[in-house]
Design a protein around this ligand. Structure first.
Ligand code: ADP
Ligand code: MG
Length: 254
């Protein structure tokens, strides 16, 4: 077997082995693989191809050539924050949502982050750290582990959080966050429900905290590690407090 190279990321111990990626699998993996196979069958190019499960029970995906910045410990490269990549992220998310239409999940489907809404199968972790870039331009989205039924609006909201970004003030190149919130909604083609998108983000972050807590309680090694770094999911509490404090400002152009 070729050499195993750690790819970074925190939750699934992703490794590159030759032209493949090996990641920890879970009860959600069959549903996610069915989704990824559907995307391949309908010609969606922006997601990983499934190869299967290896002899250690890990999922095997095709390695997508390019750059997959994780944002930690090295900060995100500046190209990530170009408006062109924000627009590309929104368009890719829209194409993903449109491409999953017609997908019939296996019955019964076990999703990692279940919900009662069934508008689409949300990605649920739309972020530059779950993306591959080529020559500084967004090429594909990765890491469908949290995927599950939900509203389009939820994925747009999560995308705003990570791609604008609105989680803190640390990126000096991003000045006008409200304008970027608007740009992302426009590029996705979000309708009048865009007025709700910041509230939806807050709701999803609160739900995400419950989700993470549940994953820790189930003994998930990745979530347990993050919980040990940020007891009580303090980073998420900080993000929620920041967005609550800047709610009107972020919604200014919607
Ligand atoms: N199929 C793939 N092709 C190329 N790089 C990948 C692929 N899958 C994962 N990676 C790289 O590994 C990193 C972590 O993978 P990810 O699937 O996001 O796992 P985690 O659950 O740990 O967040 C990504 O940020 C990316 O750099
Ligand atoms: Mg990831």
């Amino acid at each position: 077997m070729s050499e195993e190279v750690a790819l970074g990321g925190n939750l699934s111990d992703a490794l590159r082995v030759g032209n493949t990626v090996r990641r920890r699998a879970g009860p959600w993996t069959p549903a996610v693989h069915a989704l990824l196979r559907h995307l391949e069958a309908v010609g969606f190019e922006g997601s990983p191809r499934v190869i299967g499960i290896d002899e250690h029970g890990r999922e095997v995906l095709a390695y997508i050539g390019g750059d997959g910045p994780t944002g930690w410990p090295d900060p995100m490269p500046q190209y990530v924050w170009r408006d062109s990549n924000l627009i590309a992220a929104a368009r890719l998310l829209r194409r993903y949502h449109d491409s999953q239409a017609g997908f019939t999940p296996p019955a019964p489907a076990t999703w990692r982050w279940p919900s009662n809404s069934g508008e689409v199968i949300c990605h649920n972790d739309v972020a530059p750290f779950n993306a591959v870039f080529r020559d500084g331009e967004l090429f594909a989205m990765l890491d469908f582990d949290n995927a599950g039924p939900g509203r389009r609006l939820w994925d747009v909201a999560m995308g705003i959080w990570r791609w604008v970004p609105v989680y803190n003030d640390s990126d000096p190149t991003v000045r006008d966050r409200a304008a970027r919130v608007r740009l992302l909604c426009d590029a996705y083609g979000l309708g009048p429900e865009r007025k709700e998108v910041i509230d939806a983000l807050l709701d999803r972050q609160k739900a995400g905290r419950e989700f993470a807590r549940d994953q820790v309680a189930r003994g998930d090694p990745g979530f347990a590690k993050i919980w040990s770094w940020f007891p009580n999911d303090s980073y998420l509490l900080e993000a929620i407090a920041y967005i609550e404090a800047h709610r009107d400002e972020l919604s200014r152009d919607l």
